[in-house]
Design a protein around this ligand. Structure first.
Ligand SMILES: Cc1cc2nc3c(=O)[nH]c(=O)nc-3n(C[C@H](O)[C@H](O)[C@H](O)COP(=O)(O)O)c2cc1C
Length: 428
């Protein structure tokens, strides 16, 4: 199913690509999103796997992102005819087939061959949103041509004068939804990257060479294949101009200099950008209220998968207060979502859609486009099964009263009237 609001594309109509023998063998052992991680760990060179898997400092936020889901239990319903289940939703003017999407992840085409395209095409075909990262290695125009409903995520360039040019380029490419990530005012401390030997641009040295030699499937199937067919990957979308090469002894990629940015930059973007404008990386209700006041169409509550401020709360903890002030904005969420039940818990609390990062990155790395298809299908089936076990046919029927806050000794999460959605009248 294609997201409504975008014209159907060759890629959307294209059947799922056939996995290679090796990819199919790997995917046959993947039964849930968490299974992708150990497979990717085996496949990827250590610095590159570490870059994707890692978080900031002590991993406190990373752990909380998972732990929070165990604090909610379900109150299932039974005998409610759930034969007509369907998981579609309307979001920002588009219609999607499931309430989850692919979060933006920089340099995805280093982990999987043409990784951003694999994610975007699979998402387009499945009818779920996919957000292309501003730190991606394939030109956004190429990705949007292949998958027109792709959203684009921008980091604000440090030099404010470059912001307008970038926004203009994104509009010219035909993007309908622009996501601006704002939780990156300063560079976080990701010492894990240093331990694993990761930096951007990658510096060729003996250790990197050894990592390549000991991971031949990645070296041949992703890195050398990319070099052969597309040349040295560059940061293509951080600004309106092409950025640094991914592998370089001398080039530096400048993440600094964003400290001075404030809501004035956001206001300028809002004036310029005609499409949907989403702000990503909020946790504080006052920021959510400010985003609303300054014309955001949606927010993505996020702690960046635990990769920015270590100790930042799980967005699930920020969700109720954010909803109190969000008004008509679509409140979306990411960080730590791995299961259909995680997505359902967020939706029951009031989120519209959950985005998922790392597992889709691993999926493209070990299985290409077929891997991303597989990941999407796994999560969709979980969600549809969970809906059945909760006794609902539509996502709109999800309600906080279906949840129990386990920390509060089994107290129902705010009480609301419970509607019965069964068929009326006796059948026998
Ligand atoms: C490898 C990697 C790269 C990322 N790059 C970006 C990025 O370029 N822009 C952005 O807004 N968020 C980026 N993120 C954060 C994700 O968009 C998302 O917030 C996070 O991955 C969600 O957590 P999860 O991986 O636990 O699902 C990145 C995350 C990872 C794992």
């Amino acid at each position: 199913m294609t997201a409504q609001g975008s014209s159907p594309t060759a890629s959307a109509q294209r059947p799922s690509p056939k996995a290679s023998w090796l990819e199919a063998r790997r995917l046959a052992r993947i039964f849930c999103l968490d299974d992708f991680e150990p497979a990717a760990r085996r496949h990827l060179p250590r610095p590159i796997f570490g870059y994707v898997a890692g978080a900031a400092e002590t991993n406190a936020s990373y752990r909380d992102n998972r732990a929070v889901f165990d604090e909610y239990g379900f109150r299932q319903r039974v005998l409610r005819d759930v034969s007509g289940r369907e998981s579609s939703l309307d979001l920002l003017g588009g219609r999607y087939s499931a309430p989850f999407g692919i979060a933006p992840m920089g340099i995805s085409s280093l982990t999987g061959y043409r990784g951003d395209l694999a994610q975007a095409r699979a998402a387009e075909r499945a009818g779920i949103p996919m957000i292309l990262s501003g730190s991606s290695l394939i030109r956004l125009e190429e990705v949007v041509e292949a998958a027109p409903s792709t959203w684009f995520q921008a980091y604000l360039p440090a030099d404010s004068s470059q912001i307008a040019a970038l926004v203009d380029r994104v509009a010219q490419a035909g993007v309908e939804t622009l996501v601006v990530t704002v939780d990156s005012a300063v560079v976080p401390n990701r010492e894990n990257n240093l331990r694993n030997g990761f930096r951007t641009p990658l510096r060729p040295d003996l250790r990197l060479l050894w990592d390549g030699v000991t991971h031949p499937a990645w070296s041949l199937g992703t890195f050398l294949r990319t070099m052969l067919h597309h040349g040295m990957p560059h940061f293509e979308n951080n600004t309106a101009e092409r950025g640094a090469a991914i592998l370089s002894r001398h080039a530096t990629r400048d993440f600094s200099g964003r400290e001075h940015l404030d809501w004035e930059e956001w206001r300028c973007i809002r004036r310029q950008w005609q499409g949907n404008l989403v702000i990503k990386g909020l946790l504080h209700p006052e920021d959510v209220a400010t985003a609303r006041q300054h014309g955001a169409d949606g927010v993505i509550l996020s702690n960046h998968g635990g990769r920015q401020l270590d100790g930042a709360v799980s967005p699930m903890r920020a969700l109720p207060e954010a909803l109190d002030v969000a008004g008509e904005m679509a409140v979306m969420i990411d960080s730590g979502f791995r299961r259909g039940t995680d997505v359902i818990k967020a939706l029951a609390l009031g989120a519209r859609c959950a985005f998922i990062g790392r597992p889709f990155n691993y999926a493209a790395a070990i299985g290409g486009e077929a891997g991303v298809d597989h990941a999407i299908e796994l999560l969709m089936s979980e969600i549809r099964a969970d809906m059945g076990m909760l006794g609902i046919n539509r996502l709109a029927e999800l309600d906080p009263a279906m949840l129990v806050d386990l920390a509060l000794s089994c107290r129902q999460v705010p009480k609301r009237a419970f509607a019965y959605h069964g068929k009326s009248g006796p059948r026998c």
